[in-house]
Design a protein around this ligand. Structure first.
Ligand code: SF4
Length: 563
């Protein structure tokens, strides 16, 4: 990976705080906000805008320095300086005039000033020291630097001693070395720093340590550092002829009967079905807010996704292309996915089916074992096909009542394009929703959705999303269908039956969407990490963990199996 020429002063802070954070941010271009970073951005709001210029240095060494400002005391914000000798670049929040032509750099921080002798922790002090060194390099007289802590409304003076200068230069060298080496440093051990780190959901520190077998004795639990649930909501628009526009910071959905609004900041994704118009402004707003926009046909076929430029993590993409050329690697992951899917189907039947022949569960267990032991991708396809036949033949036994639907269900199992009966229409629609969900999760994790381990590459097919979806089909999709049938949420009036097939009516689709989203929001215990998170979060975690596997940070993909 080519090295950037200069190390940003902010990275001096990061490398001293956590080397893995430095690597994720600087080498891989990963970023995520949390409450702290959003707060920090608000604190920086005024200084991010460039105002004022630096005067010429008092000793007149810098020919490039800009003209004298209007009159003392001057202030300049967002001042960018660099030095190839130091190997550092910085954007200084504020530079202000001290006494006798001296200048003081001020770095804004969101939190409270810590109660430590030095006035601040080492990473922040080193960041300010790098700014002081840069200003001095440009000929300014800089007696000290400052940190302004917004919560305590306090400035802390940072003395830049030779020792601190040496730490800065050491940190610059270390940052370069880490990026040059191209190996992600391991996560910190049970560090409280991870709790406030905005990249914890990407880094997955404890999960990675568990998968790398690095957990220490007595360190039993994987901490759940990501929120258990999303606090944003998905938006589905299926009213034909509907229009989505933007008013202020809200989406406005206009149909012939009504207008409703949804705050962009509270929206996790937007899905449109069939003939729904989305204005250019709405598309741009969604792209800027990184809210995925998914397009489905009127019949519920997932057509594609609009999601901006996506991740900058090229290292991960390269690893995906490299690893997925290895048939042994692909087969190893695929076997686990198929075996988990078969076992999850078995569990769903065991919990819900009435009058099930004992042989069905036995057959599925045998097929799951065969999948685990299989040594060729073609055999795995055959095993999966046999398991699907056994499972779908038993599927109607999970449906209580709804006799007409059960009778119409094809005893040979699934049919599609178009589905021929109501149960197949329900299954097709939820599988389509789940494909969209995994495509979003995979893209968000920085992976190429079209390149998978099990589903072969085919024009326009989100193969990796389909791979990772396998084990969740029974757990999310099939269980939603069983639920809407058994609670009689959907009935005969919710389907349109034609000679060539059967589809959901708008009312049926709305009821199914509601049940599906409730299922996605349901908390579940992760079988490997042993914490409770929603299914929607589980999909994100699994996609990220798959990325860890590609980068060599895990030896196997942790299957998601329920008991
Ligand atoms: S979560 Fe912890 S180990 Fe991971 S980058 Fe953040 S501070 Fe470092």
């Amino acid at each position: 990976m080519p090295l950037p020429d200069l190390v940003p002063a902010r990275m001096v802070n990061e490398v001293l705080f956590c080397e893995r954070l430095l690597y994720l941010e600087w080498a891989q271009g990963e970023w995520a906000d949390n409450a702290f970073t959003l707060d920090g951005r608000a604190v920086h709001g005024r200084t991010d805008e460039k105002r004022g210029d630096l005067p010429a240095p008092a000793n007149g060494q810098d020919d490039d320095a800009v003209e004298e400002p209007e009159g003392p005391p001057y202030k300049a914000t967002s001042v960018e300086l660099s030095s190839s000798r130091l190997g550092v670049i910085a954007k200084i929040d504020l530079v202000e005039e001290g006494e006798n032509g001296e200048v003081i750099p001020v770095e804004y921080k969101r939190g409270r000033a810590p109660e430590v002798d030095e006035g601040a922790y080492l990473p922040e002090r080193a960041q300010v020291a790098a700014q002081v060194m840069l200003l001095r390099e440009h000929g300014y007289r800089v007696p000290y630097g400052s940190l302004y802590f917004a919560k305590s409304k306090r400035r802390v003076r940072i003395e830049v001693t030779p020792d601190l200068e040496a730490i800065v230069l050491g940190a610059v060298a270390r940052a370069r070395e880490l990026v040059d080496k191209g190996e992600m440093p391991p996560p910190l051990t049970s560090s409280p720093k991870c709790g406030g780190c905005s990249l914890s959901g990407i880094c997955l520190p404890d999960e990675t340590r568990l998968l790398r077998d690095l957990l220490d004795d007595g360190e039993e639990r994987v901490r759940r550092l990501v929120p258990a649930r999303d606090d944003t909501l998905p938006l589905h628009v299926q009213a034909q002829g509907g229009r989505i526009g933007v008013v202020g910071d809200e989406l406005e959905i206009a149909t012939k009967d009504e207008k409703v609004r949804a705050r962009v900041a509270n929206t996790s994704s937007v899905s449109v079905y069939g003939n729904v118009q989305v204005s250019t402004q709405a598309v741009r707003t969604l792209l800027e807010a990184e809210v995925p926009l998914a397009f489905f046909s009127y019949g519920g076929y997932f057509c594609g996704l609009l999601g901006g430029l996506g991740t900058k993590n090229i290292e991960l993409r390269i690893a995906q292309h490299d690893k997925l050329r290895d048939p042994a690697f692909c087969l190893g992951v695929a076997k686990g996915l198929v075996a988990s899917k078969i076992r999850n189907c078995r569990t769903l039947l065991r919990r819900n089916a009435e009058g099930l022949e004992g042989s069905t569960l036995g057959e599925l267990e045998i097929l799951a074992k065969k999948a685990e032991a299989c040594d060729a991708a073609e055999s795995l396809l055959g095993i999966e096909g046999s398991a699907a036949r056994v499972y779908f033949q038993a599927f109607p036994k999970m449906v209580k009542g709804s006799k007409a639907f059960v009778d119409a269900f094809d005893a040979e199992g699934r049919n599609r394009r178009p589905p021929k009966d109501p149960i197949n229409a329900l299954l097709s629609f939820v599988y389509s929703l789940l494909t969209k969900e995994l495509t979003v999760a995979v893209a968000k994790a920085g992976l190429e959705p079209l390149l998978g381990v099990y589903h072969r590459p085919r024009f326009g097919r989100a193969a990796l999303a389909l791979d990772l979806m396998e084990e969740f089909r029974p757990l999310i999709a099939d269980s939603t269908v069983v639920n809407v049938l058994n609670t009689q949420v959907v009935g005969e009036g919710d389907f349109v039956v034609r000679r060539d097939g059967c589809s959901l009516s708008p009312s049926g689709r709305k009821k199914l969407l509601y049940a599906y989203e409730r299922r996605m929001d349901q908390l579940v215990t992760h079988p490997t990490f042993d914490y409770r998170i929603s299914y929607r979060r589980v999909l994100e975690v699994q996609a990220r963990v798959f990325g860890r596997l590609l980068l060599g940070e895990a030896t196997e993909y942790p299957a998601f199996r329920t008991r």
